[in-house]
Design a protein around this ligand. Structure first.
Ligand code: NCD
Length: 305
């Protein structure tokens, strides 16, 4: 039995197979509409989420399966003091696969150890968000036709943004990727990540101004300042509008650069950018459903059926 805790749980070859399956799903939805009949997905969300949870639910429903679960810790037995280990043992009796989001880093790993069904980490604190990374990689591969040989700018809250941490981890396995980290000093990417890049001789730059590096980017990955992970409101208010991507900044970019964002967006991308053909963040949401369908099939061992 397999779980998904980190994007690195799959080899590059396994990811390629997963993305091929996701693209086949994209082009032949009907073919997959009954694959998971009789199967249940449990969504155990201890932390708020709309798109990730609904994306998982839509994925399972598209496969003909059904969904049970809870969408905040208050409505689960966690509010009575139940541990994640106990919860997953119980859920294992009800469902065939579980997607878990938790505010505590590592909680889905603890659950996976005690689980008799596959567990998917749907985001653990500021740590990892592997299914968002699968979404990002599938979007890049589908829209650019390749994974590798590009310059990517990651902009915004690089300190607390788990999507960024997961994505960097996953991208370093592909050839010739140049990272440019764009953040205020206070929200720099954690040292453990820059240490890892140095150790592996992977080129990266850290800058504060977005305008200066716009012309060099093939991808710009924008992120929200993660209010819920700040220790005080004043710092959040000071930093929240540090970057706002608008038409003027887009005018500096390459004609075929793509803008990605895990969403939800707050102010960091002005709505006027939405109509720019280079804005790919809503397409990205759609790829998220295809890749979760492929993932559910793969973890249930049904990818070749
Ligand atoms: C992200 C998350 O939850 O980390 N959202 C998502 O899953 N699409 C990004 C965010 O909340 O900023």
């Amino acid at each position: 039995m397999r779980h998904l805790m980190s994007p690195l749980d799959f080899t590059v070859e396994e990811l390629d197979k997963l993305f091929d399956l996701a693209n086949d799903i994209e082009n032949n939805m009907e073919k997959y509409s009954k694959k998971c009949e009789g199967k249940k997905l449990a969504t155990c969300f201890y932390e708020p989420s709309t798109r990730t949870r609904l994306s998982f639910e839509a994925a399972m429903l598209n496969l003909g399966g059904s969904v049970i679960g809870f969408s905040d810790a208050g409505s689960s037995s966690a509010s009575k003091g139940e541990s994640v280990s106990d919860t997953i043992r119980v859920i294992s009796c009800f469902a065939d696969i579980c997607a878990m989001r938790h505010h505590k880093e590592g909680a889905p790993m603890v659950a996976a150890e005690k689980s008799s069904i596959p567990v998917i980490n749907a985001g653990d604190g500021g740590h990892q968000h592997p299914t968002q990374t699968l979404t990002d990689l599938l979007t890049i591969r589908s829209l650019k036709g390749r994974l590798g040989n590009f310059t990517i700018g990651l902009c915004g809250d690089l300190k607390f943004g788990r999507t960024v941490h997961s994505l960097i981890n996953a991208l370093i396995r592909y050839p010739n990727i140049h990272f440019i980290f764009i953040s205020p000093q206070e929200l720099r990417v954690p040292d453990y990540i820059t240490e890892m890049l140095k150790e592996q001789n992977i080129p990266y730059e850290e800058v504060i101004r977005l305008e200066d590096i716009m012309p060099r980017l093939d991808f710009l990955y924008m992120t929200r300042v993660q209010r819920e992970r700040f220790f005080n409101e004043e710092d959040y208010v000071r930093l929240k509008d540090f970057y706002i991507l608008n038409k003027e900044k887009m005018a500096l970019a390459k004609k075929d650069m793509l803008v990605l964002h895990p969403l939800p967006r707050v102010n960091e991308i002005s709505v006027e950018v939405d109509d720019d053909p280079r804005a790919a963040y809503f397409k990205q949401v759609q790829y998220g459903v295809y890749v979760r369908m492929a993932l559910i099939l793969t973890l249930l061992g049904m990818e070749n059926l």
